[in-house]
Structure formats: C-alpha cells, structure tokens
Design a protein around this ligand. Sequence first.
Ligand SMILES: Cc1cc2nc3c(=O)[nH]c(=O)nc-3n(C[C@H](O)[C@H](O)[C@H](O)COP(=O)(O)OP(=O)(O)OC[C@H]3O[C@@H](n4cnc5c(N)ncnc54)[C@H](O)[C@@H]3O)c2cc1C
Length: 407
Amino acid sequence: MAEHYDFVIIGNSAAGLQALRTLRRHDQQVSIALIDREDCPAYSRVLTPYYIGGHILREGLDIVDHSFYDEWGVTAIFGHSVISIDPEKHSLQLADGREINFKKLLIATGAEARTLPAATQRACVLRHMADAERLIDLFQNLKSVTAVGAGLVSLPLLSHASEQAEKHLVVGSNRIFSRVVDVETSAILEDQLKEKGLNIHKQNDVQEMVEAEQLQLNLANGKQLSSDLLIVGKGVAPNTHLATAAGLEVADGILIDAHCRSNHPDVYAAGDAAEGLDFITSENTIQGNWMTAVEQGENAALNMLGIECPYQGSLKNNITEIFGVEVAAIGYCQDDVAEIITSWNSATGRFRRVFLDEKQRVVGVNMIGETNDAGLYYQLITSRSVFPGKQMLTGTANYAQTLFRLE
Ligand SMILES: Cc1cc2nc3c(=O)[nH]c(=O)nc-3n(C[C@H](O)[C@H](O)[C@H](O)COP(=O)(O)OP(=O)(O)OC[C@H]3O[C@@H](n4cnc5c(N)ncnc54)[C@H](O)[C@@H]3O)c2cc1C
C-alpha cells in the first residue's frame, strides 16, 4: 500500500530541515514526510571536526532532538534510502520496497565526499556521522597526519588533531581555500598556519600510497611523507543520480530556476545537490555551503506552498576557525574585480580585503584574524551597497553601529 503526503522532502539536513520548518510555519494542516538514510535527528556536519578533535560531545552536534519531528507533525522516515523517483506518477520508492506518493517533492540529498582511486583503511573522508565516528578512533595517538585538498574539511580536521602530531597539507593549487580567497590573502593565512606548525606542500599531489607501519605517501614533487592517517578533502560530488534517473535536468547539480524548482513543476531541489544562480555572477553554481542550503530550502518551501517567492541567488559564504585563526570569505573574491582595497595589520594579524565592482559596490570580502563583522559585509553584498569607505576596514563597533543603526 502506498503512503500519500502533500509534501515529501528527501534529506534531513540544512536544506531539508529549513524547508520542513518553513512549510509547517505557513501551514499546520498539510501532511509532510521527511526521508533520510541516516537514522538520527539532524546534526551539524560543520561541527564534526570539533567532535572528532574532542572539543564537543556528540550531543553538541544535534540541531534538533528526537521529539522535534513529532512536535512539528512530520512523518520522519529515517534509516531508509530513496532508490527511485517517478515525477509523472508523483511517487518515489524506498529501498525496502515502500512506495511514497507526493503532491510536491523537494530533493535535498546533498553531496558525497570525493575519494581517492586507491583505497586504504587509513585514507578517510568526512561527510557523514559514520565517517566522524571512524575518524575519532583514527585520531587516537596520531604521530603524523596528512591532508590532501585545502578546504573546509582538511584544514579544520588538521587543526583539531593533537598538538603533538606532525601535520602536513598537500594542495594542488597555488593557494589554500582556492575557491574563496585570492593568492595574496592565502599567502598571509599560510604564514600564520606555518607559524602554528602546519607544513604546506602547494602545487602538489599524493601520487602513490604504500602501506607500511605508517602510510608512505609519495608526492608529485618526489618528496615522501610518512603518516598515520591521510585525510582526503578533495571536494564533493552532488547526489544527483536519483534526479538523473528520473529524467530531471542535471548539470553538475540538479538545475533549479529562481524558485528552486527543477524542470518538473512539482519537483524542487535545494542545497549541495542543486545548481542555481550565483548572486554576483548570475551563473549557475553549487556553492556547497550551509547558508545557501538553508536559503534555498526556505525558498523552495515557500514556492511549494504556492507563495510566489523568487530567490535572489546564492553567495559563497565560509566562516571558520583553523589553528585558532578566524577566517571568513564571503561573495566573489577573485583578483579580476574592478578594485581591491586591503587593510593588514601584521602586529595584530587582522586582515581585511574588500572586492569592489566597477560601480564601487562590495561583491566580496576576505577576513583573517577577526570575523565578528562578517555579517555586516554579507549585508553590504546582498544589498548591492557601495563601499562606505576605508574607515570600515579598521572596524570599530561605533562605525558599524552608525552605518547599520545597530543597537
Ligand atoms: C566537515 C565539514 C565541514 C564543513 N564546514 C562548513 C563550514 O564551515 N561552512 C559552511 O557553510 N559549510 C560547511 N560544510 C558544508 C555544509 O555542511 C553543506 O553545505 C551542507 O551540509 C549542505 O546541506 P544539504 O542539506 O544540502 O545536504 P547534506 O548536509 O549533505 O544532507 C543531505 C542528506 O540527504 C541524505 N540523503 C542523500 N541521498 C539520500 C537518499 N537517496 N535517500 C535518503 N536520504 C538521502 C543524506 O543522508 C544527508 O543526510 C562542511 C561540510 C563538512 C562535511
């Protein structure tokens, strides 16, 4: 017997959870099912490196508790995978054979970490809770750890490994966080990380892994590293296979319009699985960040309810702390913009680099050393504001208060 719901969401994480909350806030009557193959309440993937490093407990990752789903009147189908979707029949199938019918569907299936072709027990990715649990064991008694790829998985994990461990970062490009910072910002950050004991091997790669007492890693430049563990942080692959098999339009991600809708009128997509407009470039992109997933989840839900609501487009938005250094990169931060304004205090380590377009509007910012005004820059970018002036770079609270009339 098939089950019937008004709305079905696949994916109980940033995008799916925000969609659920939005649907329920606007309509207490509709029936909603939320499906996820992971069998636990929604948790923060962003915080898993802190959990692995022993800085927070497992409960600290939970975004909601077990009772949330009952309280919000949603049928939670956890521990079950969706194996196919039939948009025309408005139905999907679970791995256990159950058929679920929907009026409207949101695909918020996220992404999977890319692995290396050669497998070894000591090469690990981090995406799901099972990866985190495995890494907790491997983090015990580490003498040396290497990460390949310099993004939001490798760097936080290296920074949470034991202080005594020798730490190496192997990165293919000429900088770290290459998607979101330019070369000069990276150079300043690299210097700070080197001071904290990180060894950085740029324009390099792990070409071969040899199992021995420690893992022998042969790098492209001929150097050899010995490590107890290799963290693989080489980006993610969006979970699009269900959409592709269902005949939906897919490029790198599931293509969505300005209403987070796929090319089928009753099927929407959001988050790391979806490819939609970038706020600055107007090109289709997958941002791969939590904020975009939340925004798209909310926007999809409003449109699923028939509340016409165009989405203005997504922004790169990464704010993190690595090796005790706060870092933020928001918006478009490449050196082909019309103007770049930089403020750098080597004594305090406080760095600001603002990227402006030809109309002097703020399109991006890189910050190192202090990120508490990141929200102000986010607002400047999304309101397409002209840069207020260099005094903002020195960042006094009074100035921010005047500018944004904050209390
Ligand atoms: C270690 C780490 C650190 C990060 N740090 C940051 C950070 O500092 N800042 C930031 O903005 N972002 C960060 N990110 C990225 C951020 O976590 C993602 O952008 C965000 O989780 C995307 O949310 P989502 O809802 O689109 O998908 P996901 O969080 O990937 O969730 C998708 C869900 O769908 C489920 N699913 C998939 N396929 C199926 C299926 N067939 N059937 C049933 N269920 C299915 C999965 O089990 C999963 O629970 C980090 C990610 C990781 C892993």
